[in-house]
Ligand binder design. Structure first.
Ligand code: AMP
Length: 281
């Protein structure tokens, strides 16, 4: 696996692959890779001849009081893991490659509506930063397809909206959420959890299961959401939201069961998100 730190070097490799008629699959990440990320590489491999991953901790998607500085950076083990998982190339750019005019002088993206709700309401500017960096990465890699995890459900919707709206010729492929044996969704941020917090964190998935089952029974959604919030608060979480939405994240009408339960909650300094999609039975 070749690691590229500059766009020129990445493009030289991509040109050669394109000349050979290879299709390109892309997996953007922020690094500190775990089995969930490697499953994305595996999925990309099933759909494309060559797989490019990127590792870039994007400053424009972090708020001023968020964890940009302390976000875990483990490039050496990530490079080994990607090579072992048969990734063909890694793009690992410095900030200046991604933002040649700096993060103040850069062209902005604004995706209306969907970026303002749920996580967007609690992390102003976050999804516009995500859209901005993914648009740049799509221009740099020019992949045929890109794989995104369902774990970041709202992010996936933002990317789909942006790709369609901006006519990016990139097929967006969603990947299922990988979980630890006790249900906790794998995340680079899980390692922030201290002592008992790791055990408590399993309550998020348990609460999502409760929300799904109650919604399927036809119970009113506002009551389910209140109970979910109470359960999480009783376990020690500070809850940003616990909601049931339609697949497109609009609010279900009264009497509708919804299609996805979503939670964002903080345990100490760690903010965790997870979701559970469901069919109505
Ligand atoms: P991140 O490095 O956390 O920004 O994530 C990079 C990509 O990996 C995103 O598309 C995430 O949705 C995806 N991802 C992160 N955690 C998981 C997981 N537990 N299961 C599946 N995909 C994941």
């Amino acid at each position: 696996m070749q690691t590229h730190h500059t766009l020129a070097s990445l493009r030289a490799q991509l040109r050669q692959w394109r000349r050979d008629g290879a299709s390109i699959g892309f997996v953007p990440t922020m690094g500190n890779l775990h089995a969930g990320h490697y499953a994305l590489v595996e999925l990309a491999r099933r759909h494309a001849d060559k797989v490019v991953a990127s590792i870039f901790v994007n400053p424009t998607q972090f708020g001023p009081n968020e964890d940009y500085a302390r976000y875990p950076r483990t490039p050496e083990s990530d490079i080994n893991g990607l090579a072992e998982n048969r990734c063909d190339a890694l793009f690992l750019p410095p900030v200046e490659q991604m933002y040649p005019y700096g993060t103040i002088g850069c062209v902005q993206m604004h995706v209306p509506g969907i970026t303002d709700i749920l996580c967007g309401a609690h992390r102003p500017g976050h999804f516009n930063g995500v859209a901005q960096v993914v648009a740049r990465l799509f221009n740099m890699v020019q992949p045929d397809l890109a794989v995104f995890g369902r774990k970041d459900y709202q992010q996936l919707q933002v990317i789909r909206y942006m790709a369609r709206e901006m006519s990016f010729p990139v097929e967006i492929i969603p990947a299922p959420t990988l979980r630890e044996a006790d249900g906790l969704a794998m995340s680079s941020r899980n390692q922030y959890l201290q002592g008992d917090e790791r055990q408590t964190a399993t309550r998020i998935h348990q609460t999502l299961v409760f929300m799904r089952d109650a919604a399927r029974q036809g119970l009113p959604l506002p009551g389910i959401e209140d109970q979910a919030r109470e359960r999480l608060e009783a376990a020690g979480f500070s809850v940003d939201y616990a909601e049931i939405r339609r697949a497109d994240l609009s609010r279900p009408r009264s009497g509708e069961a919804g299609q996805v339960a979503l939670i964002a909650a903080r345990l100490g300094r760690t903010r965790l998100i997870d979701n559970l999609e469901f069919e109505n039975v």
